[in-house]
Design a protein around this ligand. Sequence first.
Ligand code: C5P
Length: 212
Amino acid sequence: MLVTAGPTREPLDPVRFLTNRSSGKMGYELAHAFSGAGHTVLLVSGPTAIDVPDGVDFLPVETAAEMHAAVEHHIGRMDVAVFAAAVADYTPAMVAPEKIKKTGERITLELVRTPDILGSARESFGFAGTLVGFAAETENLEANARDKLRRKGCDLVIANDVSKPGIGFDSDHNQVLLVFPEHTEALPLATKHDLAHQLVQAIFETHAVKRC
Ligand code: C5P
């Protein structure tokens, strides 16, 4: 099993970076639950404050480009890949070699797109296993998640509404929709720990059906 987790960190200069509010909790709970179910797990993670679960192989990365390279290198030997990382969509076009000085009243940052790791899994990396993505949306949750499922060739997209207070980003709780190619299932609000066990179950069922 491959699990990506956490935020990425996109450097601006030697002391500054762009990042997001992802805590990494959902991905780490998933890695823990997969490992507890007896599977070999590689956790590719951006920087978080969480301890690596026992029995999980760990590959720390910082940037979206590093996460892309790590996934490209390892995905070929995986049966299941779950992309729970909150990967930055843009990265600074240039990393200043020295600390950026306080000069004018305004500065402009130029950002360029990062590689779409989930979107690379099928076409670029040739991954034929069970592919699971996450979708964090603030509107049209199910429709946006279903669109992502089709565009990226996923078997399942786990969608959560990040506009709702108390769930999702940096929270211990989450409430998700499971969006499959043929149907959608809503799971009740739960701790990320309990939810991880339900998600692992759903992912295994999906994997078993796919192998038939
Ligand atoms: O398009 P969006 O960023 O909402 O897609 C979220 C899903 O895509 C998550 O599974 C996330 O881990 C993955 N993703 C990725 N590489 C990116 C952006 C998102 O793997 N550059």
